[in-house]
Write a new protein. Structure first.
Length: 420
């Protein structure tokens, strides 16, 4: 009886891989131990105490003001309160920047493939100009040449009798925290959920039954109109009122020039890169998919929404993740224009306390957590749109579902109706 010859452990690939990984981990841990011990000796030699207790010491106030504060803050608050304000300011820019940059980038990316020559050239000039100039220079342009050049607060630009734009920022109406506002917000959330359900149901009806889905379109339009009416009349808006004595606006929401500069600069800069990602993703889809969809009599909007974009999305998500991470890290340039984000606040605390190492660790940990959250969310989204053998109603499987319906003759009525 033949027995398989046993492979020596020093030639077994499985064992070698484990040994190499363990060795690498041991090397990394050893390096960190050496660096940590070296840091501890230097602290001891300089008679410095390493620790983060000063952040929570109520007897040591921050002693500096923060102009942009989404929460109540004063100079007498401890350092941890100041760090929280900087953290929230960074989150404001990151979240709004990612949303706006995605919307602008998708629009510009699709425009770059438009059949309209003028639209295509404008999008191309925008992308090539923004991508080939440094972000810091763009922030300086928006700050010094645009927002600080606006009229003085005594004579602001007025839009719709409720939006005021001056060199001190933008003042816009903002809902108050009344019962009417909360009820209206609840209605808007329910409307959004119902709209998503109708939208997905419309897609399934079009794909499975070959119907036009116009009933669902009417429902979506009705929900949108109702939501707009609730936003305008349902929310209890607080209007900005100009106080000539204090030369400022009271009430509403104030968007400072620094915040507006950082948000606009990051949005426009990142959107140019996202536009290229979108363009490349769409062009990666085989041209036969376009021709097959047109042969079915589908409208261009439905072709992009249900056939092309879901397939392009699988290609776009990995580079989109990189752009979102770049936006989060680029927000640290806020210190160049005086916006008090987590980096600016930490720098001020470091100068006051001499705790430069501790504050550097706080900043690095903060940005690391931000990026890990963004990467984890995008990885989950990437897995959800990948091709699956089952679960045909996922976003990424609509194209194949269309073609199956066509070959089965289910979609013939739909084609006739839309080709009229």
């Amino acid at each position: 009886m033949n027995h398989e010859e046993k492979i020596p452990f020093w030639r077994d690939d499985r064992i070698l891989k484990i040994v190499i990984q363990v060795a690498l981990v041991a090397i990394v841990v050893t390096i960190f131990i050496i660096l940590g011990s070296n840091l501890a000796r230097n602290f001891q030699r300089l008679r410095l105490n390493f620790g983060f207790g000063f952040l929570f010491d109520s007897d040591r106030p921050a002693s500096f003001k923060i102009g942009d504060s989404p929460i109540d803050y004063s100079a007498t608050d401890p350092y941890n309160r100041a760090i929280l304000v900087g953290l929230l300011n960074s989150l404001r820019v990151m979240i709004n920047g990612i949303v706006l940059a995605t919307l602008v980038g998708i629009t510009v990316g699709i425009s770059r493939l438009s059949e309209n020559w003028l639209v295509r050239q404008i999008a191309t000039v925008y992308v090539e100009t923004i991508r080939n100039t440094p972000l810091l220079l763009q922030l300086f342009f928006w700050y010094f040449a645009v927002f600080l050049r606006l009229p003085r607060i005594e004579n602001p630009l007025i839009f719709l009798d409720s939006i005021f734009l001056s060199n001190r920022g933008m003042y816009i109406p903002f809902p108050t925290g009344t019962l009417q506002t909360w009820l209206s917000l609840g209605f808007l959330i329910l409307s959004a959920i119902l709209g998503i359900i109708l939208w997905r149901r419309q897609t399934q009806v079009i794909v499975q039954q070959g119907a036009s889905g116009r009933v669902f379109e009417i429902g979506l339009i009705g929900i949108a109109i109702a939501a707009i009416l609730v936003i305008i009349f349902g929310l209890d808006w607080q209007q900005p009122q100009f106080d000539r004595t204090a030369l400022t606006f009271e009430g509403g929401l104030n968007l400072s020039p620094e915040f507006a500069t950082l948000l606009v600069g990051l949005t426009i800069y990142t959107a140019a890169f996202i536009a290229e990602v979108v363009r490349a993703g769409i062009q990666s889809v085989n041209k036969g998919q376009w021709e097959a969809a047109r042969a079915l009599g589908l409208k261009p909007g439905l072709i992009m929404r249900l056939v092309i974009f879901p397939q392009a999305l699988r290609v776009m998500i990995p580079p989109l993740t990189s752009e979102f991470l770049n936006l989060a890290k680029n927000s640290s340039l806020a210190v160049a224009i005086g916006y008090t984000d987590i980096y600016a606040v930490s720098s001020t605390i470091s100068n006051q306390t001499g705790k430069s190492v501790e504050m550097l660790i706080v900043v690095m940990t903060t940005y690391l957590i931000f990026n890990l959250i963004i990467a984890s969310g995008m990885n989950w989204f990437n897995r959800s749109v990948q091709l699956k053998e089952r679960g045909i109603y996922r976003l990424g499987d609509r194209c194949s579902l269309y073609l199956n319906c066509y070959y089965q003759g289910i979609i013939q009525n739909y084609s006739v109706e839309y080709s009229k």
